[in-house]
Design a protein around this ligand. Structure first.
Ligand code: BG6
Ligand code: MG
Length: 217
């Protein structure tokens, strides 16, 4: 397989926004009268905003109508944005920027494939938007991961066949989406949670294009 494009999930791969999502969701849970823990928060990784709220309500055993859910999702997002708007380039996860720069030098096409509707805001805060040939985010798709739509759209925008794309993902739903898109997938995290990926790495330290090519063979 010849690697011609790399598609990066954003949250959990390039930056750790899960901690801000957690603080904002925990606040919503407290207002509703229950505790939302970090273990519960694991279930929200890679999942869309509305689906995240539905999982949170499941945890609290609360049923709400659509209007109330929309109100809470917006409230959570306004709170989350307060943290996002204070982010700095220091928060980019170790070595990921070097890896992306190496890919650029090798003329590999590069995309973001993120469920987040805040992806552009985050990329701007991190000052790395110029590194990507295209950004497919939650505003551009109708189906959430594990549906392959995000990654297929990314490949389409880069004009690269899916079979020549590698996806970088930290969430199980994202890995399933990559597999469904007929792409190779590198999991970022621990092998226990990401068993379906073709290759799992703890992070981008000591990682390179050459190494990836060898390991994905
Ligand atoms: C994903 C995160 O990248 O984006 C999820 O892993 C989050 O936790 C989802 O719910 C949607 O994000 P946003 O920024 O549109 O609320
Ligand atoms: Mg993620």
């Amino acid at each position: 397989m010849e690697i011609k494009a790399c598609i990066f999930d954003l949250d959990g791969v390039i930056v750790d926004t899960a901690k801000y999502h957690f603080i904002a969701w925990r606040e919503i849970a407290r207002e509703l009268g229950f505790e939302f823990t970090e273990a519960h928060n694991e279930r929200l990784k890679g999942v869309s905003r509305m689906r995240s709220l539905e999982i949170l309500l499941e945890v609290g055993g609360i049923v709400l109508d659509q209007k109330a859910k929309e109100f809470l999702a917006e409230k959570k997002n306004n709170d989350y944005l307060k943290y996002v708007l204070q982010m700095t380039p220091d928060e980019i996860l170790p070595r990921v920027k070097d890896f992306i720069e190496e890919l650029r030098q090798l003329q590999i096409m590069i995309a973001i494939g993120s469920a987040s509707k805040n992806a552009m805001t985050i990329l701007n805060r991190l000052q790395i938007i110029h590194l990507f040939d295209t950004v497919v985010d939650g505003n551009k798709v109708t189906k959430a991961k594990p549906d392959p739509e995000i990654f297929l759209k990314g490949a389409h925008e880069l004009i690269i066949p899916p079979a020549n794309c590698v996806v970088f993902e930290d969430a199980e739903a994202g890995i399933e989406a990559a597999i469904a898109a007929n792409m190779k997938c590198v999991g970022i995290g621990s092998p226990q949670n990401l068993a379906k990926a073709n290759l799992v790495i703890p992070g981008f330290e000591k990682f390179s294009f050459h190494k990836m090519n060898e390991l994905l063979k």
